[in-house]
Design a protein around this ligand. Sequence first.
Ligand code: SPV
Ligand code: MG
Length: 431
Amino acid sequence: MKSAYTCFCTDVIHEGHLNIINEAKKYGRVIVGALSDRALIRYNKFPTVSQEDRVKLYRSLEGVEDVVIQDDMLYDDVIALIQPDYIIHGDNWQTGPEKTIRDHVEKLVKNYSGQLIDVPYTYNETVRKIDLQLREKLAMPEYRRKRLRSLLAMTPIVKALEAHSGLTGLIVEKTVVERDGRLDQFDAMWISSLCDSTAKGKPDIELVDMTSRFRTIDDITEVTTKPIIFDGDTGGLTEHFVYTVRSLEKMGVSAVIIEDKKGLKKNSLFGTEVEQTQATIEEMSAKIAAGKKAQLTDDFMIIARIESLILEKGTEDALTRAFAFTQAGADGIMIHSRKKDPAEILEFCDRFREKDTKTPLVVVPTSFNEITEEELAAHGVNIVIYANHLTRSAFPAMQKTAEDILKYHRAKEADERLMPIGDIITLIEEL
Ligand code: SPV
Ligand code: MG
């Protein structure tokens, strides 16, 4: 008997999936692929139920004879393994980013005279509602909060991009690109103190107060589902930091990063050009320990950021601090540098990993921007944060538009570079 294969990447079965199974039955014995967690997270879908439970769910469906794990979004593994006579998929993959997958599968099936069958994609009010409910579930604090820890377990390197508003949050949430035939996207959002302050026209000196920073988080969580890493600056007074931890947890933030500075904090990229004071190991450790004590969920992470390299105190000092902060309860270590050459960052990571293989390491490659994510991962880095890139791309573009309108006494010249309102409208979802 011939085999008909279809790949599911859903946590909830609706009539669209049942329709695909019914269509597949017409061609042969139905094998369903469960897209693995690892592949799903690159596919703009984050699982709300475990891989194991998805397999159980698919197996329980009438007409399904077998379920296999599909670990490769491009189908190579499954096709090598079972060479299904037919591959059945909704016709929605004929356009958009998924088309690249369809094109690839089409080539693969030709190699062994398999056949690709596109069936009409079911899209109605019920299906739309289920999709929306799934997304809303992911946006809920209890799901969003734990998503960073899940990602750390699932992917070699978590990629976070700066967001400082609903709109920039949407860009991080929705941007998907095809690279080498595969889809890719950001995993998380970084709410940078620099960009949050800049968006408000204020300097990055802990002047924008927590209430206002929380307002930014609200704007972002309203319209996105991806996990949030919050730039907590110095964390403020320990007596205040414990409240911040609770508030962030409640909002569904996954992690706060606090830096070992005290007094008037200036942005690290100024380095030693401005006066900045590093907190002592004891002061910072006490703040971390107090935060961990205040924390109520197991999901939330307090990550300690070490400024020794920024303040030119050397790798030895940075390492001593890293081990002390981990001892004090830090769930991760961020090491920062403003050198163009990543050597000191890599030395730190290698030496840290000699003694500690588990604690997540975070880096912010703003200055050392030539190094790739793959190279950083090879040195034990787990989270890479692109800390200010949306702000830095928007600011000059907006400035140029303002200048051009003034220069030409009309908007035509500027308009030619601008996104049509129609496209903006498609980015912003209406219910
Ligand atoms: C931020 O984005 O606010 C940061 C990272 O703290 S940096 O600006 O590099 O210090
Ligand atoms: Mg900052």
